[in-house]
Design a protein around this ligand. Structure first.
Ligand SMILES: [Fe+2]
Ligand SMILES: [Fe+2]
Ligand SMILES: [Fe+2]
Length: 442
């Protein structure tokens, strides 16, 4: 069975690679906001620290490359805490300064596009008196340390302009030991500018508006975006041992289904990206619920269902990703209108979204989880056919999967094994080099 068609979205036909361009900054910014959704404690932390870092760096006078790197590092600086402490229910992980900094630098080092960032993340809590002995590039990370200190110590229930001048005075007590005196001076200068507080209040929007033009050159093609989304998948999947490799399983399955349903090579890459991103909204779901072993109450189920809307919000902020956003955030919609979040039905659901839906169900029922074995061929095809016959899933997509079951299942298993290997390598590096123990997700 072979189909031919174009996929339309945002007025663009993605049949030609040259149409697909996404700014690295927009991806990093979306990942930062995803990290900030993990807990109330983190609310706005990465975006605030990104904004404060850009303000300090702007007044200090860095090269374009240094400026770009330090702002990107600031926006992701506590990424390691999310995998080490899935609940992240307090900023107390900041006391554990070395572990989460190293874990973050190891996670980020897997992204080819961020090769200059890990060193800066690794040292974001290293005191100035130690940093000054190191290479001058490492010293930049002290800007993040200063920005982080300000944000962690700013109370959310009081006006920020009443607090920052006192916090800067407090930093001065640590000048030369914890913080570079020049960076404190740059912060003081930034704070005196008329736009500082209005911009800090709306850190998310303003970070994007104020500094994004500096990142216009850094544009990724489909393969670049696919590489970067490995980071998203890592953050989603490393958080819960129940779904440790799920994103990669959906990515591989939807890519192969797309191939057999007539999508071209670049579109197949887009399916992999959508698969890696489809559950990004789960970062906003409490880890305890994702890990719950047993029946969910209706309230708990309603909370888990919200992840599809969060996925939509996060991906809506990335220009160029419109098709992928729709495919990804519609993975729980159903043809008969009983799905969520929008209750779409029939022709309102594109073939791409239908593929993601089948890939998600297929991966979920066939992958092994800590509390149960995955279904075998007979069980899985029975479930999928029932869902196709009852107009929940697209019966044509289901039949394509069943026709090529062995091939697709083998590739899915391989993809999920590779994701598990990636996690094992991460755990091993952290343990063998630094003695840091990460929870087991196998
Ligand atoms: Fe930190
Ligand atoms: Fe932090
Ligand atoms: Fe989902």
């Amino acid at each position: 069975m072979v189909f031919q068609h174009e996929c339309q979205g945002g007025g663009i036909a993605y049949t030609d690679e040259s149409f697909f361009k996404v700014r690295l900054f927009d991806l990093v910014s979306a990942l930062a906001r995803s990290l900030d959704m993990v807990s109330q404690t983190l609310a706005g932390h990465h975006t605030n620290v990104g904004f404060l870092t850009s303000s300090i760096a702007g007044c200090y006078g860095l090269s374009d490359a240094e400026y770009r790197n330090i702002v990107l590092a600031a926006m992701l600086h506590d990424i390691g805490a999310v995998s080490l402490y899935p609940a992240v229910d307090s900023l107390l992980f900041e006391d554990d300064t070395i572990k989460h900094s190293i874990a973050g630098s190891v996670i980020i080092s897997s992204s080819k596009k961020l090769q200059d960032i890990p060193k800066l993340v690794e040292h974001h809590h290293t005191p100035w008196e130690e940093l000054r002995e190191l290479d001058s590039y490492y010293q930049l990370s002290n800007i993040i340390n200063l920005a982080d200190f300000i944000d962690v110590n700013t109370r959310r229930d009081r006006p920020v302009q009443d607090q920052i001048p006192d916090l800067i005075s407090l930093c001065k007590k640590h000048k030369g030991t914890m913080f570079n005196p020049d960076y404190i001076e740059a912060l003081r200068e930034a704070e005196s500018k008329p736009h500082f507080y209005p911009n800090l209040r709306a850190a998310h929007a303003q970070t994007t508006l104020n500094i994004s033009s500096q990142f216009d050159e850094d544009v990724l093609d489909a393969d670049g975006v696919l590489d970067f989304t490995g980071l998203f998948a890592t953050v989603i999947d490393f958080r819960s041992r129940f779904t440790a490799t799920h994103s990669q399983g959906v990515a591989v399955t939807s890519c192969v289904l797309g191939r057999w349903l007539g999508f071209n090579e670049i579109q197949q890459v887009l399916f992999q990206i959508a698969g890696r991103l489809h559950d990004i909204g789960k970062l906003a779901v409490p880890a305890a619920l994702l890990e719950k072993n047993g029946r969910l109450t209706s309230e708990e189920f309603a909370i888990i269902q919200r992840h599809a809307t969060y996925t939509e919000h996060i991906l809506s902020d990335i220009p160029g990703l419109e098709i992928i956003r729709d495919w990804a955030c519609q993975h729980h919609e159903r043809l008969d209108g009983t799905g969520y979040p929008h209750g779409l039905s029939g022709d309102d659901i594109s073939l791409g979204s239908r593929i993601l839906q089948v890939a998600d169900v297929f991966t979920a029922i066939t992958e092994d989880r800590p509390y149960r074995k995955g279904m075998d061929f007979a069980q899985a095809t029975k479930v999928l056919r029932q869902l196709g016959d009852s107009q929940k899933l697209d019966p044509v997509v289901v039949e394509v999967l069943i026709e090529r079951y062995d091939e697709i299942n083998e590739l899915r298993c391989k993809g999920q094994m590779q994701a598990l290997e990636h996690f094992s390598n991460y755990s091993e590096v952290l343990y063998s080099k630094y003695g840091i123990v990460v929870k087991d997700v196998s």
